[in-house]
Design a protein around this ligand. Structure first.
Ligand code: GTP
Length: 718
């Protein structure tokens, strides 16, 4: 067989039953069969060997199937199954030339190539030409009878008949008109149909249910070539638009889309070779499944290398991509539409199912880019919330309302961004990311609120420190009866001022009452503890303070003028006053008196210490082994332990130390007085001598007599 450029013929199955996959693929590619969808027809020819099948096909379809050389004698020319595109026929029509079927050269069982190829033709072709000699019509031993028997038998092995058109081509027609021949032929066909063993389900099924039977008669090509050609040309017309309603194959069923033809025919041949029955509906679904998967796989591969997608993926890694959803939707749409276009003719159920799978895989594939995009939206929204909150707060807006406004505006931007990022083919839900954003906002709000409140509290504590610290210190230094009442007044006033101002500011936080109460209490506690701390500091320095107080009082007169020890001063009384002042200081610093509770610290201290009975009482009691000393205790009556600064025992010990350390001052004063006295006496003595001398000299000069008497008188005078 030769090859023409137009018909692209190829051997589909060789004489040994091997399927030529490569040849078919190349045929499909060259002829662009895959692009035809359902718009293609398959015509096969069967008939006895050397009955002019190839000759007929070549004339009918301008193909170039190998014909027997007329001078070489009749022997088998066509081996296996050949295939070619019919030239000039619309729609795309594929012609298949089958090996002759008279069983002379092959066996007779089901596995014979004759039966296998007949079954293949019935499964694949829409129109089967049955080539037969005119003289065989009505003959009992006609060569076409075994062929028809074969066709009808294998028909039963197709689960679902395809309503194939059997076009009986009567060759070498005689003068007997076709109108007379056709009924005889149809009778022959019917007889064969009736005799064929049928499965129970088809026992009474008429032949017409399975086949359209058409008959045409042609003159002999050998004897009346021109007439033959004319008749063939007329017959050729019937193959134009053969698949349209009313055409030769107008009511065909179970067509496999052209892009699945190669795979489908390979699978059909495999099943036939394995001598299995052909379940055409199941086969159709199987072909659809494989092909739709292939198409979907191809779409996914194309998507993965799509330039627009790669660009978008890179861009979203870098940051926000405006119009992300629109861009990604358009890329996806391209491949979904391509899938739809390619898979359109395959079984609808399969096609839809595979489309869903394609969609799900494609969406899974691009999801990470979407998630990245949402990540950007979330972090940008959080940043803008933080900035907006700071700005609002710096403009003096209340904390709670600033949070509300900032949150509202940032969520608005986030929602808009999500809308922009939404991919129309997906039902991806951004609510989880939104929830995360809200959690982040809440967490930032909490920490910002805590920071602001702690800053605020610290600020008010600082103010309280400034307002209380030094005044309290100076009140303690002054230490007297009015010290604690003055401190209480100061503490109350400053705390109330701070709390009032604090409440004004904290309102903006819209906190619950319990929280506000706790914060106010915290401020109050702080101011109280501040005073207590000062008191403890002062009590730790009490000895120095007492000594200072003593020395101030001791060495200054009532006009605060430095005292000069002339000898006239009553050091005992002065010492007592100075000690009383120091003891009064000790009494002030012995306990914290922030409540107005009365105590007996001062009276106890004065009665025990100022009378000078401490050491006496102690030694006395030691000797007695009992204690009646009110200061021999570690607590003050009516003073809670937390408020005790100096216990009675500590006071007693401090007093003893104070006394011993101030004793020297007193001694010094006494000494000063004594020395001054001596000095005065000595001075007087010398003055006396001087005066005596002066008088002696005058008397010596003026009184020359009575010297002895004068001496005695002077002695008495002195
Ligand atoms: N009598 C007669 N002979 C024909 C006709 N058409 C073709 N032939 C001859 O029959 C012989 C076989 O022709 P092919 O077309 O090769 O026959 P075939 O059926 O394809 O042969 P196989 O493929 O071997 O089965 C050739 O010598 C043809 O010239 C016809 O219409 N009438």
């Amino acid at each position: 067989m030769g090859q023409s450029e137009d018909c692209c013929s190829t051997q589909l199955i060789d004489g040994n039953g091997e399927f030529n996959v490569e040849g078919l693929e190349s045929f499909v590619k060259k002829t662009k069969l895959s692009d035809c969808g359902l718009s293609y027809a398959v015509v096969a020819i069967m008939g006895p060997q050397s009955s002019g099948k190839s000759t007929l096909l070549n004339h009918l379809f301008q193909t170039s199937f190998r014909e027997m050389d007329a001078f070489a004698g009749r022997s088998q020319t066509t081996k296996g199954i050949w295939m070619a595109r019919c030239v000039g026929i619309e729609p795309f029509t594929l012609a298949m030339d089958l090996e002759g079927t008279d069983g002379r050269e092959r066996g007779e069982d089901d596995t014979t190539f004759e039966k296998q190829s007949a079954l293949f033709a019935l499964a694949v072709a829409d129109i089967v030409l049955i080539n037969m000699w005119c003289h065989d019509i009505g003959r009992e031993q006609a060569a076409n009878k075994p062929l028809l028997k074969t066709v009808f038998q294998v028909m039963m092995r197709l689960f679902s008949p395809r309503k194939t058109t059997l076009l009986f081509v009567i060759r070498d027609k005689t003068k007997t008109p076709i109108e007379l021949l056709e009924p005889v032929l149809r009778e022959d066909i019917q007889k064969i149909w009736d005799l064929v063993r049928k499965p129970e389900a088809h026992k009474n099924t008429p032949l017409s249910e399975f086949f359209n039977v058409e008959v045409v008669a042609l003159s002999s090509y050998e004897e009346k070539e021109n007439v033959f050609k004319k008749e063939v040309a007329e017959l050729r017309q019937r193959f134009f638009h053969s698949i349209s309603p009313g055409g030769l194959a107008g009511d065909r069923r179970g067509v496999v889309p052209a892009s699945g033809f190669s795979f489908s025919s390979q699978e059909i041949w495999k099943v036939i070779k394995e001598n299995r029955d052909l379940d055409l509906p199941a086969h159709k679904v199987m072909v659809a499944t494989v092909r739709c998967e292939e198409i979907a796989g191809e779409m996914l591969r194309h998507l993965a290398t799509d330039e627009r997608w790669l660009e978008l993926q890179k861009a979203v890694e870098r940051g926000l991509v405006p119009g992300f959803g629109r861009k990604l939707s358009s890329i996806l749409e391209k491949y979904f539409s391509e899938y739809d276009a390619e898979a359109i003719y395959f079984d609808e159920g399969v096609r839809k199912e595979k489309r869903l799978q394609l969609k799900s895989k494609a969406l899974d594939f691009v999801y990470s880019a979407y998630a990245t995009m949402l990540g950007h939206l979330r972090s940008n929204a959080l940043d803008s919330f933080k900035i907006s909150l700071e700005q609002s707060l710096s403009q003096g807006e209340g904390f709670a309302s600033a949070v509300r406004d900032s949150q509202q505006s940032c969520l608005l931007v986030f929602d808009k961004g999500c809308k922009d990022a939404a991919v129309k083919q997906a039902t991806w839900d951004a609510s989880k990311i939104r929830e995360k954003l809200c959690r982040d906002i809440d967490s930032h709000t909490s920490s910002a609120q805590a920071a602001k409140l702690s800053e605020l509290t610290a600020n008010y504590k600082k103010r309280l420190t400034q307002a209380l610290s030094e005044p309290v210190e100076s009140l303690f230094e002054a230490g007297g009866k009015e010290t604690w009442p003055a401190i209480r007044t100061l503490l109350k006033r400053e705390t109330e001022t701070a709390v009032t101002n604090f409440l004004d500011v904290v309102t903006g936080f819209e906190l619950d009452d319990a929280t506000i109460d706790a914060m106010v209490q915290n401020l109050k506690d702080y101011s109280q503890s501040l005073v207590e701390k000062k008191a403890r500091e002062e009590s730790a320095k009490i000895l120095i303070r007492m000594k200072d107080r003593f020395s101030t009082v001791f060495s200054h007169d009532k006009d605060s003028m430095p005292r000069v020890w002339t000898g006239k001063e009553d050091i005992r009384a002065i010492t007592k006053d100075a000690r009383a002042e120091a003891l009064s200081l000790l009494s002030v610093m012995a306990a914290i008196r922030l409540d107005e509770r009365q105590d007996k610290i001062e009276s106890t201290l004065f009665s025990s210490l100022m009378d000078g009975t401490v050491s006496v009482a102690s030694s006395h009691n030691r000797s007695l082994g009992t204690s009646t000393d009110p200061l021999a205790s570690s607590s003050w009556e009516e003073v809670p332990p937390k408020d005790v600064l100096l216990t009675p025992v500590q006071c007693k010990s401090l007093w003893r130390q104070f006394k011993s350390e101030t004793e020297y001052t007193v001694t010094q004063a006494i000494s000063a007085q004594v020395i001054l006295q001596i000095y005065l006496r000595i001075s007087l003595y010398y003055l006396h001598i001087l005066i005596n001398g002066m008088f002696s000299f005058l008397l010596y000069r003026r009184l020359t007599s009575g010297i002895t008497t004068g001496f005695h008188q002077l002695g008495r005078l002195c």
